[in-house]
Design a protein around this ligand. Structure first.
Ligand SMILES: Nc1ncnc2c1ncn2[C@@H]1O[C@H](COP(=O)(O)OP(=O)(O)OP(=O)(O)O)[C@@H](O)[C@H]1O
Ligand SMILES: [Mg+2]
Length: 244
């Protein structure tokens, strides 16, 4: 039951989008996923209310006071727990980071985002030095498109490398599908290829993101939720021999 927290104190960095991509991909692979919606504006909860996402996905609104109990409850349910944080730098951020097995810090290829990410990184190093709590973390570069120059991306990467920060090799591309899924509701995987441009590429990006994030998580506790239809068929009993 790994907990992944998405954090960046810069608004609009791509936290909710990255969490949603991962949630959709994990659910489509048959995993239970609980999203703890720690943002009072409730973007995740609103998205969840819009369309069918299936029984494997739950979205639970949480606050600073309820996040710990909600995490425990979600752990009992099994599967993956994703925490979507708002952009504030407060006790909620510290708690959500403290609960995480891995913190993902989405950063756009611009300096402001990197600054927001740096605040999260400072918090992580404070936890390490003052409380001896060391939480694995990675930056994921987001909204990468043709307009993001190689130079801007390289500047962001250099900034991170200087600080000794791991950057995921999968970057999140700018895709209409990631905006459309919020408007329409439901899983990314259930969008219509005829209506959403480049959906296969958006799905491929989500799959690579999930592969990489999963590889960074402790695997011991992931209880794969097997969908009813995917459950192994009961072994047919051998017919009873007729009495002679
Ligand atoms: N890769 C992407 N492709 C297309 N649109 C994106 C992408 N990432 C983010 N966006 C859009 O940018 C806006 C901000 O993204 P998002 O809500 O994910 O950021 P956030 O870090 O969660 O913001 P906040 O701090 O306000 O919670 C949204 O409208 C979202 O649809
Ligand atoms: Mg958000």
């Amino acid at each position: 039951m790994p907990v992944v927290t998405f954090a960046n104190t810069k608004g609009g960095a791509g936290k909710t989008t990255a969490a949603l991509m991962l949630a959709c991909e994990l659910v489509s692979r048959g995993n239970r996923v609980t999203i703890l919606d720690a943002d009072q504006r409730g973007w995740m909860s609103r998205w969840h209310a819009k369309g069918a996402t299936g029984a494997l996905l739950s979205v639970v609104p949480v606050s600073d006071e309820t996040i710990e109990a909600a995490t425990l409850k979600a752990k009992k349910r099994g599967g993956y727990i994703l925490i979507d944080l708002p952009s504030s730098h407060d006790a909620l951020l510290a708690r959500a980071v403290g609960l995480a097995d891995h913190v993902i810090i989405p950063v756009q290829g611009c300096a402001m985002d990197a600054q927001g990410g740096a605040e999260v990184l400072d918090l992580l190093s404070e936890l390490a030095s003052q409380c001896d709590v060391r939480i694995p973390h990675s930056v994921v570069l987001t909204r990468v498109n043709a307009a993001v120059t190689t130079r801007a991306l390289q500047a962001a990467k250099d900034f991170l490398t200087e600080k000794g920060i791991r950057t995921l090799s999968t970057a999140i591309a700018e895709r209409a599908a990631y905006r459309d899924v919020f408007d329409r509701g439901g899983l990314l995987h259930n969008l219509d290829t005829l209506e959403v441009s480049n959906l296969p590429k958006a799905l491929e990006n989500a799959a690579r993101l999930a592969d990489e994030v999963i590889s960074l998580l402790p695997q011991r506790n992931v209880r794969q939720a097997v969908r009813k239809e995917a459950a192994p068929k009961a072994v047919a009993k051998a017919p009873l021999k007729k009495a002679a």
